[in-house]
Write a protein that binds this ligand. Structure first.
Ligand SMILES: Nc1ncnc2c1ncn2[C@@H]1O[C@H](COP(=O)(O)OP(=O)(O)OP(=O)(O)O)[C@@H](O)[C@H]1O
Ligand SMILES: [Mg+2]
Length: 385
């Protein structure tokens, strides 16, 4: 880590002589104050209402939302377009003010904070976006450093934090690169590094993977999960992709027309949706997985999980074929073929296999990746499957 920091510092000095020395600034004391607060990352919505006044009729975007987000959890928010997801998320760092009701972050009512309190709060809450929101004329280093430069941190601290954050998201060595030279996944990694540079307790993600292809989505989700576990960071995540929720969330909140339709642990809500809105949202998943299996899926990390449900998809590219022996060898554990829909079209294999591997090893995907055009984990199962 030390050499990494030195390398990053050297980079910064060589590259950016215009960066002011903020060592006399007041940023560090603000940080100390915010760090002194218990790092729990809990959020409580208490009777939250939001009404937007508009030229025509007022829009009642949030109606009496009362729910707790446990600290250290990955909390998904789903709902149809216009359900109020972004509005609710943005009340957490007060980008939106509630019309009534309270949002409490670690015991602090965010509605009563003064300007200074709000600045401190926002350092404790990172945010990432669908379109990354990077500054195209600034290097990766500058993009990540920016929140700390604005906050007036000493140069040496900025160097240390930026190096740490870039290392965490796997972008060491990209300090001098401009965003236009990065892939979508790399840009989102820069966005995540920037969001983490203040060591926040909470990370808000508004459709952070919607602009990415499925493979990149998976790598970003893995990164988010890794960050959640390593830093004990609370992640609140909005997505339209139900597979994303199933892949990484612990809890899910279903919003319908501004109201809580239902909420609970993902495995419970997905296995037994009680609201029409939830059932409608989950429809695309039903087509993925046989119903008897779908109702028994468990969240990743569930202690009762014994096996992993994996989909291998074949698109005809690269001459990949469903080779059962190779799949079993790569899995390194007993494999059951659950479903197959494979066709040969003009000599190319199209379709997919669903298999259950008797292992919950998170490295399964890597070992099986080369066997099909797309390999993904659909969920985990216990002994009852
Ligand atoms: N600034 C605003 N002024 C007026 N109405 C707004 C404003 N922002 C959101 N709304 C309205 O509030 C409701 C909730 O919007 P919100 O953006 O929270 O929905 P969403 O669930 O995030 O939808 P999407 O999935 O499309 O992003 C919608 O009816 C929207 O039109
Ligand atoms: Mg939205």
């Amino acid at each position: 880590m030390g050499s990494l920091n030195n390398a990053a510092r050297r980079h910064a000095e060589e590259r950016d002589t215009s960066l002011p020395d903020f060592s006399a600034g007041g940023g560090a004391s603000s940080l100390d104050r915010s760090m002194a607060t218990a790092r729990r990352g809990t959020i409580a919505f208490e009777g939250v209402e939001k009404t937007y006044a508009s030229a025509g009729a007022a829009v009642h975007a949030l109606k009496n939302i009362t729910i707790d987000v446990p600290g250290g959890s990955i909390f998904g928010i789903i709902g149809r377009s216009g359900a109020g997801k972004s509005t609710l998320l943005r009340t957490v760092n007060r980008l939106e003010r509630t019309t009534s009701g309270k949002v409490i972050v670690d015991g602090t009512d965010v509605g009563v904070l003064d300007e200074e309190g709000l600045v401190i709060l926002r350092r404790r809450i990172g945010m990432i976006f669908q379109h990354f929101n990077l500054l195209s004329a600034k290097t990766v280093w500058r993009n990540v450093a920016l929140p700390m430069i604005v906050a007036g941190f000493p140069r040496v601290e900025i160097d240390k934090r930026v190096a740490e954050a870039l290392s965490l998201v796997g972008l060491e060595g990209k300090e001098d690169t401009y965003p236009s030279r990065l892939s979508g996944g790399q840009k989102q990694r820069v966005g995540i590094a920037r969001a983490l540079v203040h060591h926040p307790e909470i990370l808000l993600c508004d459709e952070a993977t919607s602009a990415l292809d499925p493979e990149t989505t998976l790598s970003i989700l893995r990164l988010l999960k890794d960050i959640n576990r390593r830093l004990n960071l609370t992640i609140v995540l909005i997505t339209h992709e139900m597979s994303v929720i199933r892949e990484i969330c612990d809890h899910v909140l279903v919003l319908d027309r501004g109201q809580v339709a239902e909420a609970g642990p993902v495995w419970q809500v997905f296995a037994n949706p009680s609201h029409d809105a939830t059932r409608a949202l989950l429809k695309p998943l039903d087509r993925d997985i046989p119903e008897d299996i779908a109702v028994r899926l468990r969240p990743a990390g569930d202690r009762a999980s014994k096996g992993t449900l994996i989909e291998l998809a074949y698109t005809g590219e690269g001459g990949l074929e469903p080779d059962i022996a190779a799949i079993a060898a790569a899995a390194g554990a007993p494999v059951r073929l659950l479903q197959s829909s494979v066709d040969r079209i003009q000599g190319h294999v199209h379709g997919r296999l669903l298999v259950i591997v008797n292992s919950t090893d998170s490295a399964l995907i890597e070992t099986m990746n080369h066997l099909a055009n797309r390999v993904r984990v659909l969920g985990h199962v216990g002994n009852d499957v």
